[in-house]
Design a protein around this ligand. Structure first.
Ligand code: NAP
Length: 325
């Protein structure tokens, strides 16, 4: 978001050993630590970080196994997520192609169980390796250990800042992508007359859709979706439907449904509006852009006004998606 103060120290780790050494040194010097990948999903406070920021630059992608149905790929956590998607697509593998062009690193992907256009990391996740900071040892975690749910995992919950993820292993399919696809994706494929669904066709379509709707964080300061979609209970849905007949609702399980945060914000007439130098993106109201804000306080004031407007109109409490430091 182009906000926030400085860090006292920054160190780059290019191998697991350098990463471990960085944590040991910080502990010896009684410095707090925080590991980041690309940093695009992180909001920094104005006072900065009085400790050691560890920049994850541990790179490498390898094929672990390959049979008629599946290919298992292991990627080091400092790889760009989109480079991993490109690699998978170049091998004609299915499973992560709809998550094309998501900014950030492979190591950040499990933290919020990234997802887009109906795919999420947990669907293809096999295992990950991580450095257990407190116990100074490397561990391997399976899917159940990570407790993945909608844009969530233990790494944002109970285990926040306890592990530094060093690699992620995914099990990808040889079979082509299977419809049904999200409406916006299907419409784009239809428009191009594509009816042979290859991983590359899906990646190309998602690339175009995203570039039309989402600002590039390298050009315009933003953190992607600033709010998580609202998860509401069935009884609330009934009451919302009675007042807002056109509300988009996506059932998740028997008791819960998802309502897009962008739609809720748009209904409060906030799309395209600037608050404290923060603009609600014209193309997608779930994205906030830093137009002219100079402090974290500007951002938090804008965020709180948006959350308040949605709460007043819908009695729904939006949750912030990016992490804070
Ligand atoms: P969209 O296609 O206009 O849809 C709006 C919202 O409705 C999405 O958030 C999506 O939830 C939900 N939705 C749409 N069709 C659905 C279906 N068939 N089943 C279940 N849920 C459905 O969305 P958009 O805002 O342009 O985003 C497109 C995709 O990119 C979404 O999957 C979104 O999550 C992802 N995205 C992620 C970020 C990020 O920073 N994390 C930013 C922008 C977009 P879901 O969000 O659960 O998919």
């Amino acid at each position: 978001m182009k906000l926030g103060g400085n860090a006292a120290y920054v160190i780059e780790a290019t191998t697991e050993q350098e990463l471990q050494q960085a944590y040991i040194n910080a502990q010896t010097l009684q410095q707090q630590t925080y590991i980041i990948g690309g940093g695009s999903n992180l909001i920094a406070h104005d006072e900065g970080f009085n400790g050691v920021i560890i920049l994850n630059k541990i790179k490498g992608i390898e094929i672990i196994s390959d049979d008629n149905e599946f290919t298992i790929i292991k990627a080091k956590s400092g790889e760009s997520w989109d480079d991993l998607v490109a690699f998978s697509v170049s091998k004609n593998l299915t499973g992560i192609e709809a998550m094309s062009r998501i900014p950030g690193t492979v190591g950040a992907a499990p933290v919020q169980n990234i997802g887009a256009y109906g795919q999420e990391l947990a669907d293809t996740f096999e295992t990950l390796e991580a450095y257990d900071i407190e116990n100074n040892r490397f561990v391997s975690l399976k899917r159940d250990d990570c407790d993945f749910s909608y844009r969530h995992s233990i790494f944002r919950g109970n285990a926040a800042n306890k592990f530094a993820i060093t690699s992620v292993t995914l099990k990808l399919y040889k079979k082509p992508p299977q419809p049904p696809f999200y409406d916006s994706l299907q419409k784009h494929l239809d428009k191009l007359g594509i009816n042979e669904y290859t991983p590359l066709a899906i990646r190309d379509a998602v690339t175009v859709i995203r570039s039309n709707k989402l600002p590039d964080p390298k050009v315009v300061p933003n953190s992607g979706s600033f709010f998580k979609n609202a998860i509401v209970e069935q009884w609330q849905i009934e009451s919302l439907k009675s007042t807002h007949q056109d509300i988009p609702i996506f059932p998740m399980d028997e008791k819960h449904s998802k309502v897009p945060a962008g739609w809720l914000i748009e209904q409060c007439d906030l799309k395209g509006i600037s608050l404290h130098g923060i603009k609600v993106h014209e193309g997608n109201a779930v994205v906030l852009i830093n137009e002219s804000a100079t402090s974290y306080n500007d951002l938090s004031a804008a965020r709180d006004e948006i959350i308040g407007a949605v709460r007043d109109k819908f009695q729904i409490n939006l949750q912030q998606e990016p992490l804070e430091i």
